[in-house]
Design a protein around this ligand. Structure first.
Ligand code: BUJ
Length: 563
């Protein structure tokens, strides 16, 4: 046992030092468009004060809070991300005081003594001033921390203005407000050719057109886009419901996004706000921290109030970027637009709510809420497809230096047995037996979660072995050619969860054409999912079966036999 742990430790260290790049490469070498295939979104709850949700007020407040976050990050004032095993004690004032008195070099050990683990924050250096640059066969990540301007998109037009002075002071909120009002008035119609569509293209096509753009004399403008602190998209749309919200934040209408930007803060006409982020540079944990902080700061300490007057404007401060487009570039934009619109027609988004139980009930039942949701998905797939299918739950490995993610595989012998019992053998087992199966699945899932978070999953391990083999030019080991390995990596159920008082919704596309993207959360009293898929009918059927599975689980937990 000790030996295995030691080997694991060595492997993990080895992985950290030598396998950071391959994970970046996995993203950067992918040639599929980033939109729908990679970029997820996280949307924010409305500001609780109704009047603060007008587009300009919310945008101004969120921009100011975002720049404050950027400043704390750059000045190293940002509180570290910490995983608290015992939140009560380690978040107490006494603990914070104790940690603040320790020299930096030993503060980690102090935290460790009280079971608090600082997490890796290396991804944050690419949160701001960063873009993914399309290149032939492998994209690059670009960061220019000296950029002081904000990129604002409205109706497919690009504007930039400085939000920071050379000393790092934030532009006065009333001036930011004035610039945004000016942009809303100036960009009153769509351009004939919106460059934005190019960022929805497959990466090699986009790389070639970008080269043409550079040769046509657009280098300065592209530099301004790439180095902007972030992209603010002021969308000319009011959202009727969460499905519309999800479509808007996940892919929008293509002409008002720069999907290559590390993140875009989207604010619609009705003040709905969300973040769409490029995934290669970082994961949900970093973006969630940003979302949490800007939500809290903008709602508790808003920079402007609804009746604040904008500053008098000197329009020269705000630059509208004009591009030189030749025939070839124009036709590339048209082609990108057509492809984007075609794909958009195919993607379905469906919301799901199950109101009969939530976290509180499951915790009282001594079950892991996450495990129960994942089990319900397994039962659902078994009911719908008559077999187990490849499933994925994202798990952060930020506990490790440069850690990204590991895969939790929610499918196991136990979930298969349990699914079979609930789907095919409904009258064969007593309630007590079924309950016992749920308990076993829950325990096992907890174990898988812990193992994944501690770097003891198998997916990244195999990923590293495959990389080693390819980089040595060895013939591909049979394992990776095996149909079981191919099946395992054709992920039908791609799932991810997060919970935060700042977050309203989140979502991402399916990772295979016949798969589903499932963003979910087990709330205190209900379960919610935001699902996506190209097979609309199958997605609808999946959600119908999910309702069934959750109801079955509830029946058993409350001691009722399956009918
Ligand atoms: O696994 C990885 O390496 C990264 C994953 C990739 N994938 C999305 C394909 C699983 N990336 C993430 O997990 C980041 C996802 C960020 C969005 C998460 C959305 C969670 C939704 C929460 C709220 C849903 C509530 C619905 C209410 C009706």
């Amino acid at each position: 046992m000790v030996k295995i742990d030691f080997i694991n430790l060595i492997f993990n260290c080895f992985f950290v030092f030598f396998f950071v790049d391959p994970w970046f490469d996995m993203y950067l070498c992918a040639r599929d468009p980033v939109v729908l295939n990679f970029n997820p979104f996280i949307s924010l709850n409305p500001d609780p004060k109704e009047a603060y949700n007008s587009q300009v007020v919310r945008a101004t407040n969120l921009v100011v809070s975002s720049i404050k976050f950027l400043n704390s990050l750059n000045n190293e004032f940002l509180r570290p991300d910490i995983y608290y095993v015992n939140p009560k004690w380690s978040q107490s004032r006494l603990f914070k005081r104790f940690i603040s008195l320790l020299p930096t070099s030993v503060s980690w050990y102090g935290a460790y003594m009280v079971n608090a683990y600082p997490l890796d924050m290396s991804q944050y250096k690419r949160l701001f001033n960063s873009s993914r640059i399309p290149k032939l066969n492998k994209d690059e990540l670009f960061t220019n921390e000296w950029g002081r301007h904000l990129l604002v998109m409205r109706n497919g037009h690009f504007y930039v203005f400085e939000v920071l002075d050379p000393d790092g002071n934030i532009l006065h909120p009333s001036e930011i407000q004035a610039q945004l009002i000016y942009i809303l008035q100036d960009a009153d119609r769509l351009p004939e050719f919106s460059l934005c569509y190019l960022t929805t293209e497959d990466r090699n096509t986009w790389a070639a057109v970008r080269q043409q753009l550079l040769e046509a004399g657009n280098e300065d403008n592209l530099q301004k886009i790439d180095s902007a602190v972030f992209c603010l998209c002021l969308d000319n749309i009011s959202l009727k419901n969460d499905t519309e919200l999800s479509h808007c934040m996940l892919h929008g209408r293509g002409f008002n996004r720069w999907f290559d930007k590390s993140f875009s803060l989207i604010i619609t006409s009705d003040g709905t706000a969300g973040v769409n982020f490029e995934h290669s540079w970082g994961d949900g944990v970093a973006v969630l921290r940003f979302v949490n902080e800007v939500y809290r700061n903008s709602t508790r300490h808003p920079a402007i109030v609804p009746h604040s007057s904008p500053a008098a404007l000197s329009a020269t401060k705000c630059e509208r970027l004009e591009f030189k487009l030749n025939d070839s570039i124009q036709s590339a934009i048209n082609s990108a637009r057509m492809k984007f619109e075609e794909t958009n027609e195919k993607i379905s988004v469906r919301m799901f709510e199950f109101r009969k139980f939530g976290k509180e009930f499951l915790v009282k039942q001594k079950l892991s809420p996450d495990a129960v949701f994942q089990l319900a998905c397994q039962m659902t797939a078994y009911r719908q497809f008559g077999k187990i299918i490849s499933s994925y739950e994202a798990c952060s490995t930020a506990a490790f230096k440069h850690g990204r993610t590991e895969t939790i595989r929610p499918t196991s012998v136990l979930t298969k047995q349990c699914s079979r019992a609930f789907v095919e053998e409904r009258s064969k087992h007593s309630v007590a037996e079924l309950r016992n199966m749920i308990d076993e699945c829950s325990k096992y899932h907890r174990r898988l979660q812990l193992e994944a978070a501690l770097g003891k999953g198998f997916d990244r391990h195999l990923f590293a072995l495959k990389h080693l083999s390819v980089s040595r030019g060895d013939p591909m080991p049979e394992l990776f050619l095996d149909s079981a390995y191919q099946k395992l990596n054709h992920i039908i159920l791609s799932t991810s969860t997060l919970h935060s008082p700042a977050v309203h919704l989140g979502g991402f596309g399916p990772v295979v054409p016949d798969g589903f993207g499932i963003g979910y959360n087990v709330f205190d009293t209900w379960v919610g999912c935001n699902t996506t898929g190209y097979l609309n009918r199958e997605l609808q059927e999946f959600l119908r079966c999910l309702e069934y599975s959750l109801t079955d689980i509830l029946d058993v937990l409350e001691g009722r036999p399956l009918v």
